[in-house]
Design a binder for this molecule. Structure first.
Ligand SMILES: Cc1ncc(COP(=O)(O)O)c(C=O)c1O
Length: 381
């Protein structure tokens, strides 16, 4: 990675979103923004220069894209505990747990298993160290059982405010609308050229929805390549269109001014294209499924680590793998020649500092047994 230019210069040029919306959403400041943009020559292809948006540095406490979402999500829910859902290695649950812990609030988590990589088990160890209440089921499709348990059998002491998976409510997505405006200010300040293609990973797609609309609002004509971390039935163009439409309805409630009103009306999705923003989805990196690592992902994660960029195998590694194949002409998509922006949504924070000695004893018994069976304690070292 090569150094970031002009981060400080861009700070003063962050666009004032209140100018676009007469009722902007409330925000709880958690992130240190703007995040830097750096060159990543090791990802370049013959016709492409790659830049990286370092959202791994959104916060020293715990970075990553989730922090941007939580700024808006936590501002709209009442004080008190929050309830949410994710896999054992979920960055969303961990980020939520860490920031709620800072606020002396509780997390109630509905949690299911994923491939026991050291990264995932470490995240679980950090999560349970924060002492959330956990409703555990072995498989994602069994989550309705966790919901029944939570509602009727093991009810929490007080109800938690519901935060959807990945913090991808429309308010959460707004964090990435604002992020696109931050990027526009950095382009304006000469930190990077306007990217012709943006690579970002997608799971629940709140990140991508906010970004696509933010780029269009700021008139950054570009193609957004969404590299899916999940199987087709869980994310596809119909699901994305419905996430986008829900976000449009949310933008409308903010009372937009005429400069962005075309992005909030019934023809909003067509307005994206009129403003030069297009998108496509790549399922080519999913491999054996959500959170199952792939060879290409492992390779690019190792290569990125050698260049000072910490990725992981569930989301950002798969996204970088798609980019690396595409710029070498071996992928499913030919990005137009020119600058590419890889949006790194993964926190580079070392989560081991959150892990307490007796973390295993804080697991629900069935989850504890699984952790021991897969060699969890060694994976956390
Ligand atoms: C590191 C990382 N990047 C990207 C995503 C995907 O974001 P979204 O769910 O908004 O598509 C996640 C989701 O948990 C994540 O953990």
């Amino acid at each position: 990675m090569t150094g970031s230019a002009g981060t400080a210069a861009a700070t003063s040029r962050l666009p004032d979103l209140t100018g676009w919306f007469r009722r902007p959403p409330p925000r709880t400041p958690l992130a240190r923004l703007p995040t830097p943009v750096e060159r990543a020559p090791f990802l370049d292809g013959p016709d492409h220069q790659v830049f990286v948006k370092r959202d791994d540095r959104t916060s020293e406490l715990y970075g990553g894209g989730k922090v941007r979402k939580l700024e808006y999500v936590l501002a709209e829910v009442p004080e008190g505990p929050c309830t949410s859902v994710g896999a054992i290695g979920s960055h969303h649950l961990l980020a939520l747990g860490i920031f709620l812990h800072e606020m002396e609030r509780n997390l109630y988590s509905w949690t299911f298993l994923q491939e026991p990589t050291s990264h995932a088990v470490r995240n679980l160890a950090a999560l349970v160290s924060l002492q959330p209440l956990v409703w555990y089921v072995p498989r994602r499709i069994m989550l309705p059982l966790a919901a029944i348990d939570y509602r009727f059998l093991r009810r929490p002491p007080e109800p938690g405010a519901w935060i959807p998976a990945g913090a991808s409510s429309p308010a959460g997505a707004f964090g990435f609308f604002a992020a696109a405006c931050e990027l526009a200010a950095q382009i304006d300040a000469g930190v990077l050229p306007a990217p012709r293609t943006v690579y970002v990973t997608a799971g629940t797609a709140g990140t991508a929805a906010g970004l696509v609309f933010g780029l269009a609002a700021c008139r950054i004509a570009t193609h957004v390549r969404l590299v899916s971390a999940v199987e087709r039935p869980l994310f596809n163009r119909w699901i994305f269109a419905s996430v986008l439409r829900r976000f449009v309805r949310f933008l409308r409630t903010l009372d937009p001014d005429p400069r962005v009103r075309d992005l909030t009306g019934p023809g909003a999705l067509r307005a994206l294209a009129r403003r030069g923003v297009t998108w496509s989805i790549d399922h080519g990196q999913v491999g054996r499924g959500y959170a199952r690592s792939t060879e290409a992902g492992l390779r690019v994660v190792a290569d990125s680590a050698r260049h000072g960029l910490a990725l992981e195998t569930t989301y950002t590694g798969k996204c970088a793998a798609a980019l690396a194949q595409d710029v070498r002409g071996r992928g499913r998509f030919r990005p137009p020649p020119g600058p590419i922006l890889f949006w790194n949504t993964h926190a580079s924070t070392d989560v081991r500092r959150f892990i307490v000695q007796d973390w295993q004893e804080r697991l629900p018994p069935a989850l504890g047994r699984w952790v021991r069976r897969v060699g969890g304690p060694d994976l956390v070292e």
